[in-house]
Design a protein around this ligand. Sequence first.
Ligand SMILES: Nc1nc2c(c(=O)[nH]1)N[C@H]1C(S)=C(S)[C@@H](COP(=O)(O)O)O[C@H]1N2
Ligand SMILES: [Mo]
Length: 389
Amino acid sequence: MGVAVPPAGNRAGGSPGSDPAGLADAPGNPFAGADARPHVEGDFAREEVALANRNPGMPLEALRHDLTPQGLHYLLSHFDIPAVDAEAWRLSLGGHVQAECSVSLAQLKQMPTRTLRVTLECAGNGRAGMSPRYPSMPWIGEAVGTAEWTGTPLRCLLEQARPTLLASEVAFLGLDRGFDRGIEHHYGRSLKLEHAMSDDVLVVHAMNGLPLLPQHGHPCRLLVPGWYGMASVKWLSRIEVLDRPFDGFQQAVGYHYRKSAADPGVPVTTLRVRSLMVPPGIPDWYTRRRLVEAGPVESGGRAWAGGGAPVTRVEFAVDGQWRDARLAPAGEHRYAWRAWTCTWEATPGEHLLQCRAHAADGSVQPLQPDWNTSGMGNNTVQSVQVTVR
Ligand SMILES: Nc1nc2c(c(=O)[nH]1)N[C@H]1C(S)=C(S)[C@@H](COP(=O)(O)O)O[C@H]1N2
Ligand SMILES: [Mo]
């Protein structure tokens, strides 16, 4: 297939955390000037709508399914979806290792396999609620889904390549390539070596028992349970063991919580605790306003948290009156969302429904957002306005 992926040197240009906006004038940027992205107020821009058409969300009524049916899972692809010939595809491992190697899909499938049920969520989920808004993928709240992913623990591959004593980090490069802020790069991310060696980080080739669809990373992707989706590199083609922090754009510049453009920021890592509800009743086609019939209504949805911290409690509110919802047992799937339900008495008129989850680490969803510059990690409680008839 002959796709040349450069070694980890997708140099980010500026120092990690440098003003991303300043990078629009990176040397050789063919899109110089066109790349400045001031925050916007009001209506969505044509570019945001174009990104939304490419990257569908999961309709919230699909929260009813334990496993998000194939095709209803959200998608986020920065560049173009590569067409990959699975027969010719190889995954290469190199860098600070004692035994450079490469494996075919058939070889990978021969290795030890695990299946994990994992809830993935995009770090930008909820960004559209920000005002003025960061022009990017305008998620309202639907960038989430749960699937059963099958593959080889990354550790098995690393043990084959044998990282040297200098190894500290592992970079993962996808086949997709493009520009952001004037920097040309393959999509790439990294993990600390210790995390990469944990049992739960997988190189997966199947989703819900079927080969990965092109848009989900065919033939293979990384899967990092408990972390926001950006860590789970699709169309994986190269694993590079490093003796220093990875300086690729998506690691060093993208995916940081920053309070201002000059703020070096804090890297985005694990999922923040969150719950969502299935919008009750029936919608108006265009406005999506909801009509509910008076009487007892069973509302429900899903709740999840990151980094292996279980959800401990979900609350539900009608017009600001909070009560405990029923939370399904934790079960064996520590990286998957859990169902919750709550019955309420619908009385005629306008009502505001809300839900909020708590995690074992003491974190709880905020009622008001605490925005960072690019609208990442927004886990503010969901509010659904309904008309009861
Ligand atoms: N190679 C590559 N991997 C990628 C991306 C990408 O654009 N290219 N997007 C990331 C982001 S931001 C998210 S949220 C998840 C989305 O995974 P999905 O499209 O399978 O739901 O993939 C991640 N892996
Ligand atoms: Mo994402």
